[in-house]
Ligand binder design. Structure first.
Ligand code: ZN
Ligand code: FE
Length: 243
C-alpha cells in the first residue's frame, strides 16, 4: 500500500510532513518546527511517531524535536554535517545513506547551500522528495551558508529525478516566488499560467505544495538557471524583489 503523507501547516508559513507507511504501521515526521500540531495529528490518526527526519538545523525545522521525542520516543535522524547544531540528533546521515520507513526506503542526498549541511530525503519507490529549504515551489532557499554553485548542483540533481516525483518542501512561499518568476522569465507561458493558479489557490486559502519535478522544470527560474552565475543573479534579485 502506498504511504500516506499528511501536510501540517505550522508557524506562519511552514509545512511539516507526517508520513505513514501502512504495511508496517511506521510513522515519521519531516522537519517539525513545533510539536503540538504534529502530536495532535498523530493522536487523531492513532499513529506512533518512530522517527523525526531533519533536513537542516534551523529552528523552524527542528523546534519540535525534543517534545516529539519525549512524547513518542522518536529517534532523530539528522545531517551529520550539522550534528553540533542539532543537539537532539540520535542518528547522523550523509550522502547515499539509506533510511527506512517500514518497507519504504529513503536515500539521503546532500544538498548544501541554504545551510552548509542541508540534506534531502528521496523515496524512489514512492516518487517523493522531501527537500526542506533547498527548493520551493517556483523558488529556492536563500544562500545563508553556501554558494550559488552548490545550489545549482543541488537543483540540477533534483531536475534529473523522474518528472512525476512529488516535491514536499517546507514552506508556502509559492505566491511570492511566482511573482518573481514572471519577472525573471516574462515570456514563459507556463509561469504566467501557474501564477494565476497560485493566486486563485492562495485567495481560497489553499496550499500550493506539494509540487512536482515536472512543474518545477517548467516554471522554477532557479532550477531553470542555465549556470551558477545566472542562479546567483536571480537569487540576489529575488532577495530584494518587491513584486
Ligand atoms: Zn531554513
Ligand atoms: Fe525554513
Amino acid at each position: 500500500m502506498a504511504i500516506r503523507i499528511v501536510r501540517i501547516p505550522a508557524l506562519s508559513d511552514n509545512y511539516i510532513w507526517l508520513v505513514h507507511e501502512p504495511d508496517s504501521g511506521e510513522t515519521i515526521v519531516v522537519d517539525p518546527s513545533e510539536a503540538e500540531p504534529v502530536l495532535a495529528e498523530a493522536d487523531r490518526a492513532g499513529w506512533r511517531i518512530g522517527a523525526i527526519w531533519n533536513t537542516h538545523w534551523h529552528p523552524d525545522h527542528t523546534g519540535g524535536n525534543a517534545a516529539i521525542k519525549a512524547a513518542h520516543g522518536a529517534t532523530v535522524i539528522a545531517p551529520a554535517a550539522e550534528a553540533a547544531r542539532i543537539p537532539t540528533a540520535d542518528h547522523l546521515v550523509g550522502e547515499g545513506d539509506r533510511v527506512a520507513l517500514g518497507a519504504v526506503e529513503a536515500v539521503v542526498m546532500e544538498t548544501p547551500a541554504h545551510t552548509a549541511g542541508h540534506i534531502s530525503f528521496h523515496l524512489p519507490a514512492e516518487q517523493a522528495l522531501f527537500c526542506g529549504d533547498t527548493m520551493f515551489a517556483m523558488g529556492c532557499g536563500r544562500l545563508f551558508e553556501g554558494s550559488a554553485e552548490q545550489m545549482h548542483a543541488a537543483l540540477g540533481r533534483f531536475a534529473a529525478l523522474p518528472p512525476e516525483t512529488r516535491v514536499y518542501c517546507a514552506h508556502e512561499y509559492t505566491l511570492s516566488n511566482a511573482r518573481y518568476a514572471r519577472h525573471a522569465e516574462p515570456d514563459n507561458d507556463a509561469i504566467v499560467e501557474r501564477l494565476e493558479t497560485v493566486e486563485r489557490a492562495r485567495e481560497a486559502g489553499e496550499a500550493t505544495v506539494p509540487t512536482t519535478i515536472a512543474l518545477e522544470r517548467a516554471t522554477n527560474p532557479f532550477l531553470r538557471a542555465a549556470t551558477a552565475e545566472q542562479l546567483a543573479q536571480r537569487r540576489a534579485a529575488k532577495d530584494s524583489f518587491r513584486g
